[in-house]
Every structure is written in structure tokens, then in C-alpha cells.
Write a new protein. Structure first.
Length: 396
């Protein structure tokens, strides 16, 4: 078929016939009626069924957490943002992780990135958050959704808090160092948030332990200089995660899924754990009762750099729980190869699913090429960081 002046995106849609463009109207009959195994790429490992803890998943494709700038001034999630979750569910991801939600009240005014943050610190948010869980389940009853819960820690311009008093590059202000009793209170805030997520109908939660937020400050010697039971050894650095996971599972059931997202190997120079220590760190984390670990890798798509770090995962990382690898995944053939060679079991996608929410289904159907339309330009991130609402692809 000749491309007669269509954009690449339009061309792929048209070439696929009208089947893929049913998003936004009632139902996605083309995809929902047939099972993955009957599809052109249905025999791929990434499209096979999976399980994280007690959670049955229809495939190994994860919509990585994405703050879509859909937060009202009162901290509640905007109804206008629900449509994106519906599209991601219809688009074929097996698991969706929500944008981060904070366990304490936060306004955009004291967030270093200057946009409102969705909150989960009060029961009053449950009705609106339950719409997010419902829209995903209604669009595809096989698609699961986790609430990502977070404390922005040092990224608060007014009350930065951290594991130790190491100023973070973004925020020059000296952070308040959490005392042991404040750490225990923080764990209770995470537990309360997890209870709300469960009440709202989410299938589990993900602790945000990456991207310089509060939990991240405990998980790296760069910012954890503590000499008490929460610092020093790796066992001590991950203690806070073990205690949070214990509290959540004791209260909500051992089968309630608790995952974590942590910075990956490529972010290590910043974090201060070297290539030898990183596999040990993951191993220590995997023994805390968590159901899976998501690695937030550098966002670049540079093949050579990616190969180096994948070799490290292949050779040195062997865990008892699944690994979700996120960052720069741009081709179904690449992730299938990584899946086959055992580099990771699950693969996370953020920017590419902002551009093409139906990318998993397009790949499964073998429509268009094996890559994605996203060029990883980060214009979507800039749009969010400018404080603008309802993130969409901003590529020009
Ligand atoms: C607009 C936008 C918002 C994001 N919000 C979050 C978030 O709330 N929590 C989080 O852990 N990561 C967040 N991320 C990071 C992604 O989950 C992911 O780790 C990163 O974009 C790399 O994956 P990608 O190359 O597939 O985009 C966000 C990314 C983008 C582009």
C-alpha cells in the first residue's frame, strides 16, 4: 500500500484497516473476542500469560507509571484523565501502573516540578480513584491495574525530607532527616494508602522507589548515610521496604500484590552502587516479600549502551521474583529476544504508549512495523513539567 501523504501514524492505522481505530467508541471487538494465541505474534513469550504474585496477567507487557497531569487543585484525579486509562486497557497492556499518588498532602506549589500531584492520603479520594480502577477493568476485564504510591521526599521545595542530610541536586535546601519514629509513621502512611488503593478496586500497589523520591533516598548510599538500622549494609538500606511490605501484606493479605520500582544500573553513577553491588542490591530487595521489581533504566534507546547493561542482567541477576524492565523499549522483536534470553520477564512502556496506547495490540496483530512511533523526544515530559494538564504526545 502506498503512503499518500499520511503521517507514519495515520499510515499504519489506515494500512491496518479500520480495526485498530475503534478507540473511543463503544468496545474493541476486533481484539477482545479472540485470544492472543490465535494472533500473528500470539506465540511470542511477551504475549503469553504471566503471573506476578497472585496476579494473573494476560501478557508480559506493562504500562509503566505515567503521571498524565490530570490532577485538580484539590489533589484529586481529574475525570478527564480517565479516558487515557481506558485506552491503555483497550490497547492491550496486561498490567497498568498508575501515575504516582502521594501518601501525604502535596500541592503543585511546593513540588520542585511545579505541577499538581494526585493524592491518596485521605479516604475522600477513594470514590474518584475507584473510577480509574473501574474504567480499566470495564474496558478489559483481563487487564490489571496497580496504584503507584509515593512520597516526593527531597523534591518538596518547602519541606524536603530524606534518609540523610545530603542535599539533592535539584533542591539545594537541606532536607529534614527522618527519625526512626518518623520512618515508622511513614510506613503507616504507605499502609493507609495501600488500604485505600484496595478499597478503590486496584489489584495491588507499587512502591515508588526510583527517581530521587523519598524511598529512593534510602536505597542508595548516595543519599543514605545513616548509621542506624536503616543504613550502612544493603540489608539495612532495604529494611524500610521490608517493613512496608510486611505491614501491607499483614493487613491486606499475603496475596495482595506489592511491587517496587527502583533505579536501574544505568543510573548507578548517580546512585553510588557499582556494577558488582547492583545484582546484590536486587537480590536483597527480592527477599523483602515483594512480588516483583521494576527497573527504571536510562531512557535512552542507544543500542550499544542497552546491550552492555542487558549483558549484566543476563550474567549476574537471577532473582526469585519477576523483573520488569522499563526504559527505552522500542521494538517488539527486541523485547521478545530479551524475554527469550531471560534478561527480564516483563517489559514496561511509558512514552511509547502515550503516543500509541494500542501499541501492544498493534504488535500482537503484526500491523505495521515492529518498532513504535514514539521517537523518545521527551516533549511529553516537558509538557508535564511545564505544569500543563492531560499529557499527550507533543512531538511536532
Ligand atoms: C509523562 C511521563 C510521566 C511519568 N510519570 C511517572 C510516574 O508517575 N511514576 C514513575 O515511576 N515513572 C513515571 N514516568 C517514567 C516512566 O514510567 C518510565 O520509567 C520512563 O518514561 C522510561 O520508560 P519509556 O522509555 O518507556 O518512556 C513518567 C514518564 C513520562 C514520560
Amino acid at each position: 500500500m502506498e503512503n499518500k501523504g499520511f503521517s507514519r501514524r495515520e499510515f499504519i492505522k489506515v494500512a491496518a484497516g479500520s480495526a485498530v481505530v475503534t478507540l473511543g467508541s463503544g468496545g474493541c471487538a476486533f481484539f477482545s473476542e479472540c485470544k492472543a494465541k490465535n494472533k500473528p505474534r500470539g506465540n511470542y513469550k511477551v504475549f503469553s500469560k504471566g503471573k506476578i504474585g497472585s496476579l494473573d496477567l494476560k501478557n508480559h507487557i506493562v504500562k509503566a507509571a505515567t503521571d498524565v497531569g490530570a490532577t485538580n487543585d484539590d489533589c484529586s484525579f481529574m475525570s478527564e484523565g480517565l479516558g487515557m486509562y481506558k485506552e491503555w486497557s483497550r490497547g492491550g497492556a496486561g498490567l497498568i501502573i498508575s501515575g504516582h499518588m502521594t501518601v501525604v498532602p502535596q500541592s503543585g506549589k511546593n513540588f520542585v516540578f511545579n505541577h499538581n500531584l494526585t493524592c491518596i492520603h485521605d479516604d475522600k479520594f477513594i470514590p474518584q480513584l475507584s473510577k480509574m480502577a473501574r474504567v480499566v477493568h470495564d474496558a478489559d476485564s483481563d487487564c490489571k491495574i496497580l496504584a503507584q504510591i509515593n512520597h516526593i521526599g527531597m523534591d518538596s521545595t518547602t519541606e524536603p525530607v530524606s534518609a540523610s542530610s545530603v542535599p539533592w541536586p535539584f533542591v539545594k535546601k537541606q532536607p529534614h532527616v527522618l527519625s526512626v519514629s518518623e520512618i515508622l509513621e511513614l510506613e503507616d502512611l504507605y499502609l493507609a494508602a495501600a488500604k485505600r488503593a484496595k478499597a478503590a478496586g486496584f489489584d495491588g500497589i507499587q512502591l515508588h522507589g526510583a527517581h530521587s523520591f523519598l524511598l529512593n533516598t534510602f536505597l542508595t548510599p548516595f543519599s543514605n548515610k545513616r548509621t542506624d538500622q536503616y543504613g550502612g549494609s544493603m540489608k539495612n538500606m532495604v529494611r524500610i521496604v521490608r517493613e512496608m511490605t510486611d505491614k501491607i501484606k499483614s493487613s491486606l493479605g499475603s496475596d495482595f500484590p506489592v511491587l517496587i520500582k527502583v533505579n536501574g544500573f544505568a543510573k548507578l553513577p548517580f546512585d553510588g552502587i557499582d556494577a558488582d553491588a547492583f545484582p546484590r542490591f536486587l537480590h536483597e530487595l527480592s527477599g523483602t516479600g515483594l512480588d516483583a521489581i521494576e527497573i527504571s533504566e536510562d531512557k535512552d534507546t542507544d543500542e550499544a549502551k542497552r546491550r552492555v547493561r542487558h549483558t549484566m542482567y543476563d550474567e549476574k541477576v537471577s532473582l526469585s521474583i519477576p523483573l520488569i524492565m522499563t526504559g527505552g523499549n522500542a521494538s517488539v522483536e527486541d523485547v521478545e529476544r530479551l524475554s527469550q534470553q531471560g534478561t527480564a520477564e516483563y517489559f514496561g512502556f511509558a512514552r511509547s504508549l502515550i503516543r500509541e496506547p494500542d501499541l501492544p495490540n498493534r504488535w500482537l496483530e503484526k500491523v505495521g512495523d515492529a518498532g513504535c512511533e514514539c521517537i523518545f523526544c521527551d516533549a511529553c515530559v516537558e509538557y508535564l513539567l511545564e505544569g500543563r494538564k492531560l499529557v499527550t504526545c507533543q512531538e511536532i
